[in-house]
Write a protein that binds this ligand. Sequence first.
Ligand code: NAD
Length: 260
Amino acid sequence: MLKGKSAVVTGATSGIGLVIAKALAAEGCNLVFNGLGDSQEIENLRRGIAEDFAVKSIYHGADLRKPEDIPALIEAAEEAFGRLDILINNAGIQHVSPIETFPSERWDAIIATNLSAAFYTIRAALPGMKRQGWGRIINIASVNGLVASIHKTAYVAAKHGILGLTRAVTLEIAEFDITCNAICPGFVRTPLIERQIETRAADHGISIEAAAVEHVEEKHPSKKFVTTDEVAALAVFLCGEHTASINGAALPVDGGWLAW
Ligand code: NAD
């Protein structure tokens, strides 16, 4: 379905981003991998996906907290593949703390990674997408883009912000067959929430698995974590045919969280 197209996936070295990268590759899409981590492990991931799905892939190690690093990430895709069709803004970090003790450094890092980076990637990607008359931008937001959770001020602010960015960008691009949508997952069992589960286990004196069950049952009527495959399937769908009229949307994949 996406043969000959190319994508940048930020935060593709772990969790949701890694599975989205694999799902795009499975459709024939060439990839620019971005994310932090051990360089040998990243190279193994990159090579493994390229071989498994017979696509081209390159790694670009832009640190998304640094706006000056971001144009080169988009240029890397355009240079390697001649064009950039799909931009997945997925990289994200979390910090959980009451606001009175929330470190300024964590606030700055979360706003930079989870919100400002998407502004810079979109700004750099749009000229090429407009020239070619096609593009798909997907911002991985969160249910916390639509409702708040306690002790997550920076994350909730950034995720609400990225929904505003998604809608504002849509107004500027819709006539070019470019879409910009946000996916809003509930809890997905990745390293990002593992620390929250560990803290709950310690606070309640229960096992990690019991804490994971508590964590998910508190918010998801489904009583199940959302899977990375479920999020990736929606991302691939949004890159497919007949989706040009889905634009500026905030699409929950949340086990029913927002139905409470
Ligand atoms: P994760 O920790 O498994 O992956 C995060 C990725 O972001 C990693 O590849 C990491 O290297 C990358 N990253 C972090 N800081 C970076 C930086 N400065 N520069 C470049 N890359 C950086 O987490 P995840 O759960 O897969 O999260 C992916 C996205 O999904 C995030 O935006 C997160 O907010 C969102 N999300 C996650 C959940 C969940 O429950 N896990 C729920 C809703 C939304």
